[in-house]
Design a binder for this molecule. Structure first.
Ligand code: URA
Length: 209
């Protein structure tokens, strides 16, 4: 998979425009995120390994395609990652789930871990880390560090919007981790927001300020 994949599908782009609009309500934003997460998940899982299993259709036996290997692991980067997670879990209900919680130390500006729980045997799984906004890339890179330290070798990063700064940071820190996103925006502003972006994804999906 390329280091950066932008999902240009018309449905994804249409839904993303609705999500960017400041007049879109929390309820609609949440629903759109759920829908778009499934379209993005379709793309990020495109090359999953397959095998076949013998089944009987009502007409005759056949060797039918089925997913191979261990269940994938979805890892939500708290808290906004949970919005992507919910939709993907509807599509891949048997996925294992982990969570990474990071906050930014106000003095060093570096991400500090406050929570980390991941499924066992990460080394045998496709691991998809999810966070809607790839902004500076600092917390995303730190989350991937944690997953690699726990054994993951096959990691993909799924987001809704990416800033060039975040993509560059991830490419430098983790060139082996492909990124799938709905759009690559212009830049970060002085407050660390993606421009034009959609604002604070967590606030918009949870109705906080
Ligand atoms: N996180 C957000 O929620 N929005 C941004 O624009 C950047 C980081």
């Amino acid at each position: 998979m390329d280091h950066l994949t932008i999902v240009t599908h018309p449905l994804v782009q249409h839904k993303l425009t609705l999500m960017r609009d400041r007049d879109t309500s929390t309820a609609v934003f949440r629903q759109l995120l759920r829908e778009i997460s499934q379209l993005l998940a379709y793309e990020v899982t495109r090359e999953l390994p397959m095998t076949t299993k013998r089944i009987d259709t009502p007409v005759q036996p056949m060797d039918a395609p089925t997913l191979a290997g261990r269940k994938m692991a979805l890892v939500s980067i708290l808290r906004a990652g949970n919005g992507l997670l919910d939709g993907i879990l509807e599509l891949v209900p048997s996925a294992r789930v982990g969570f990474v919680g990071l906050y930014r130390d106000e003095e060093t500006l570096q991400p500090v871990q406050y929570y980390f729980k991941a499924p066992e045997q990460l080394e045998d799984r496709l691991v998809i880390a999810v966070d809607p906004m790839l902004a500076t890339g600092n917390s995303s890179a730190a989350a991937v560090d944690l997953l690699k330290a726990k054994g993951a070798t096959n990691i993909r990063f799924l987001c809704l919007l990416a800033a060039p700064e975040g993509v560059a940071r991830m490419k430098e820190a983790h060139p082996d981790v492909p990124i799938v996103t709905a759009a690559l925006d212009e830049r970060l502003n002085e407050n660390g927001y993606i421009v034009p972006g959609l604002g604070d994804a967590g606030d918009r999906m949870f109705g906080t300020k």
